[in-house]
Design a protein around this ligand. Structure first.
Ligand code: PGA
Ligand code: ZN
Length: 404
């Protein structure tokens, strides 16, 4: 154990070219670390604020005046103490004073400094009770983008290859192959059209929701035949983004809540979806429960915006049996300690956790360690782009290190 002797915060750019923050920490032992925080676009209303009102410049000024000095002298390996200090300086319930991204960057950097100092891999520093690092997450790889991440694409935000193999290298290979096959089919169907790349590295094309699902499902089947690896289709609807005045408003149809439950259940059956994230608005606990009851035995029904990695929101969902899975994004809630409270609750209640990137990412690999250390059922990540590949490659390294 050693004390923090310096702590800094700097502005860096995320994968969308927007400013975010990175924290750097030095310990008395000489160990050093640096961690950046990502940013979302389809953010949930119950997430903490990524930055104070004045954005990154205010986050930096606030850090220098209040957060940094408070961290000096703390034991970096005492994650609870570090995170409690961050909360104490902030003094709000949503990190609107110092910014949730400051909290995330500092919290992760403290854990990384401890890993550096003790010579342990980061995932072990983060490991939750009962996690031995032998069970690797499936890869939920974003193959085709829509919604807020891809203007001109389908309404559904993400079309995902859910590659569920024992070895991380196999899951990654299968997901990457599906991404490639989706691209080939899009080129075949739209020969004269330039295809784009969305914020999370998936293809962008002017196809409908159903066309996109057909293409994805066929690509998964082809990849399974070719590679003999388990990979199935999945979606993140990010439905809060097109829920207006009580209705789900797609380009082709408008559905009430009951209609949406029926529509998504049919998609699960027709396309054999194994991963269904945010099929309803972020307040629709009962609609989630109806879907989970109908299809939860054969697919992961995952809450992202509805829970925002928040223990209290998860409790509300557990009471109503809303989902069988929860998405985990550290900066939705701020610190690692807050994240662990939610993960531990989910695990104790038999819910699967899926660790996730954000649409605006930093080119760092710590997310793979969070996934492995928290015993995640899946790692949701893009396939293309250095900031996505950094996470996949880190998981590959972890697989090599443990011989998995
Ligand atoms: P965000 O979205 O990172 O833009 O918030 C990702 C998601 O909805 O899973
Ligand atoms: Zn989502």
């Amino acid at each position: 154990m050693s004390r923090i002797t310096s702590a800094d915060l700097f502005g860096i750019y995320d994968s969308r070219g927007r400013l975010t923050v990175e924290a750097s920490i030095a310990l008395a032992s000489g160990a050093r670390s640096r961690a950046g925080a990502p940013s979302g676009a389809s953010t949930g209303v119950h997430e903490v604020m990524a930055f104070p009102k004045g954005g990154v410049p205010e986050a930096l000024a606030t850090f220098r005046a209040r957060v940094g000095p408070r961290l000096i002298g703390l034991d970096a390996s005492d994650q609870r103490a570090v995170d409690a200090a961050i909360h104490e300086v902030d003094g709000t319930s949503d990190f609107s004073s110092i910014g949730g991204n400051t909290a995330t960057a500092v919290s992760i950097a403290a854990a990384m400094a401890t890993a550096e100092e003790t010579g342990r891999p980061l995932w072990k520093v983060l490991a939750r009770p009962g996690v031995d690092g032998r069970s690797f997450p499936a890869i939920a790889g974003n193959c085709l983008n829509g919604g807020r991440h891809a203007i001109g694409g389908p309404d559904i935000q993400e079309f995902i290859a859910f590659a569920d193999c024992a070895r991380p290298e196999d899951s990654i290979r299968a997901a990457v192959r599906v991404h490639g096959l989706v691209g080939e089919e899009l080129h075949r169907r739209l020969p004269k059209t330039a295809l784009g790349r969305g914020d999370e590295g998936g293809w962008v094309a002017g196809v409908s929701n159903l066309e996109a699902l057909e293409i994805l499902t066929d690509a998964c089947a082809k990849a399974r035949d070719e590679l003999h690896l388990e990979v199935r289709p999945g979606i993140d609807l990010a439905a809060s983004e097109f829920f207006e005045k009580g209705k789900y408003r797609y380009r082709e149809q408008t559905l009430d809540t009951e209609g949406q439950v029926g529509f998504v259940s049919k998609l699960v059956d027709r396309f054999d979806l194994r991963f269904v994230e945010d099929p309803f608005d972020q307040e629709a606990f009962d609609a989630f429960a109806a879907l989970t009851k109908a299809v939860g035995g054969r697919t992961l029904v995952i809450g992202d915006d509805i829970f925002v990695t928040n223990e209290h929101r998860l409790r509300m969902g557990l009471e109503r049996r809303s989902t069988n899975s929860i998405l985990i994004k550290v900066n939705q809630v701020g610190t690692l300690t807050d994240t662990f409270a939610t993960v531990d609750l989910a695990r104790s209640q038999g819910l699967s956790t899926v660790t996730s990137h954000r649409s605006g990412e930093v080119p760092e690999g710590w997310l793979a360690h969070v996934a492995l250390g928290t015993g995640a059922r899946g790692l949701k990540c893009g396939i293309l782009g250095g900031e996505r590949v950094a996470k996949l490659n880190e998981l590959l390294r972890l697989g090599r290190a443990t011989g998995t």
